[in-house]
Design a protein around this ligand. Structure first.
Ligand SMILES: Cc1cc2nc3c(=O)[nH]c(=O)nc-3n(C[C@H](O)[C@H](O)[C@H](O)COP(=O)(O)O)c2cc1C
Length: 370
């Protein structure tokens, strides 16, 4: 039973294109599990979910989140984002449907929707893991987050087509394993963000230059997935930056245009975040600018004031924002006022898989910045 003042968090909400119902307003945002195989001598064998991967999703399901996303799943085994995360590569010899099915069944066992996150890191991969990354263009990431990064080479048109094919294949595997859909990692400076950002996209072909061209990469992928997996059955969601919080990166004004294009293309759920490796706003606490920001101090969320403006641009899709939420009352207030539809939780659920139940009972009243 929810305490009266957090009752708005317990309301179900329907994803309009698929008709799928999310039983409450709290979701587990994508967060790396580090619970899959890794063997640097045998790249084919990397990324098989271990038993504790499914166990983690059982814990999260038992914890009551209405929607559960996985951590990022790279779609190219030569372009991992980190060690020990799950991988879905079209060339891997193992049965990916069977490998992912236990986690899908676990995550959905209490009625939550389940959206695994698909990802390609582009230039944002430590040099020790990949010295020769691929990106929209050849703009190298300067040392940051205690790591150095290789100089990327621009993806050719054929390589872009190959990536589109890989996203579609990975989504099809997850559909067959029983997932409700997928969430594209289009934030935090990874490949989709690299195409969108004028700082990292210096291309002169149809994937660079105007905003329409910079958005082509992600839109091509959304449309290709939909062609194979119709929106009335399979959800396509996106984690998207409100902006990059870096001079010359994607701006809030442009992201408000992109989010509308994505909705029109069939995205049914958005998780709003912000920042890149150079400006890791999603961590909030390490960017004084954000931890001291009025929205965080007064409303408990790093990005609420941008997310609520993005919501006004949308006509159909469900929208949430992640980053900083800790306090039941503040989350409930944002949902009740209609500022956003849902609240995303990362670290709170990593520390305590039962956090959602506690929040729904009005018991999470911590207002400090973690
Ligand atoms: C250890 C760790 C791993 C993360 N992995 C991912 C990821 O795989 N995909 C993603 O979109 N965000 C990832 N994030 C960012 C979180 O999803 C989230 O945006 C961030 O932690 C802020 O939310 P919070 O304040 O609720 O933790 C990660 C964050 C942390 C701390």
């Amino acid at each position: 039973m929810s305490a009266p003042y957090v009752a708005p968090l317990a309301q179900p909400i329907t994803l309009k294109l698929s008709g799928k119902v999310i039983p409450n307003r709290l979701y587990r945002t994508p967060l790396s599990e580090y619970a899959s195989t890794y063997d640097d001598k045998n790249i084919e064998e990397c990324g098989k979910p271990l038993p504790r991967y499914a166990a983690l999703y059982q814990d999260l399901a038992d914890g009551g989140a209405g929607l559960i996303c996985t951590g990022n799943i790279p779609i190219h085994r030569d372009n991992l984002e980190n060690y020990n995360n799950a991988v879905l590569d079209i060339n891997n010899p193992w049965d990916a449907v069977a490998a992912f099915r236990p986690a899908v069944q676990a995550a959905k066992s209490r009625g939550a929707l389940f959206l695994p996150q698909l990802q390609f890191p582009g230039r944002q991969v430590p040099k020790f893991l990949n010295a020769h990354p691929k990106s929209a263009s050849d703009v190298q990431l300067r040392p940051c987050l205690d790591k150095t990064y290789g100089k990327p080479s621009p993806l050719t048109r054929d390589e872009i087509q190959d990536l589109v094919r890989r996203y579609v294949w990975a989504a099809s595997v997850l559909a067959e394993a029983g997932a409700d859909g997928i969430i594209l990692h289009a934030s935090h400076g990874y490949i989709m963000n690299q195409f969108l950002s004028p700082l990292t996209n210096k291309r002169t072909d149809e994937y660079g230059g105007s905003l329409e061209n910079r958005a082509r990469f992600i839109l091509d992928i959304v449309r290709a997935i939909q062609a194979k997996l119709p929106a009335d059955r399979f959800v396509i969601a996106a984690k998207l930056n409100c902006h990059d919080f870096i001079e010359g990166g994607t701006s809030f004004a442009e992201q408000c245009v992109v989010i509308k294009w994505l909705e029109e293309a069939g995205i049914d759920f958005f998780d709003i975040s912000g920042g890149t490796y150079e400006s890791p706003a999603w961590r909030g606490n390490i960017m004084t600018e954000l931890s001291q920001h009025p929205s965080q101090r007064l409303r408990g969320s790093y990005f609420i004031e941008w997310a609520q403006e993005m919501k006004k641009v949308l006509s159909r899709a469900v929208i949430g924002t992640t980053g900083g939420w800790r306090d039941s009352y503040r989350m409930s207030e944002a949902v009740e006022r209609g500022d956003i539809d849902m609240c995303g939780l990362g670290r709170p659920l990593r520390e305590d898989p039962d956090f959602v139940h506690k929040a729904l009972r009005g018991e999470t009243r911590i207002s400090s910045n973690l």
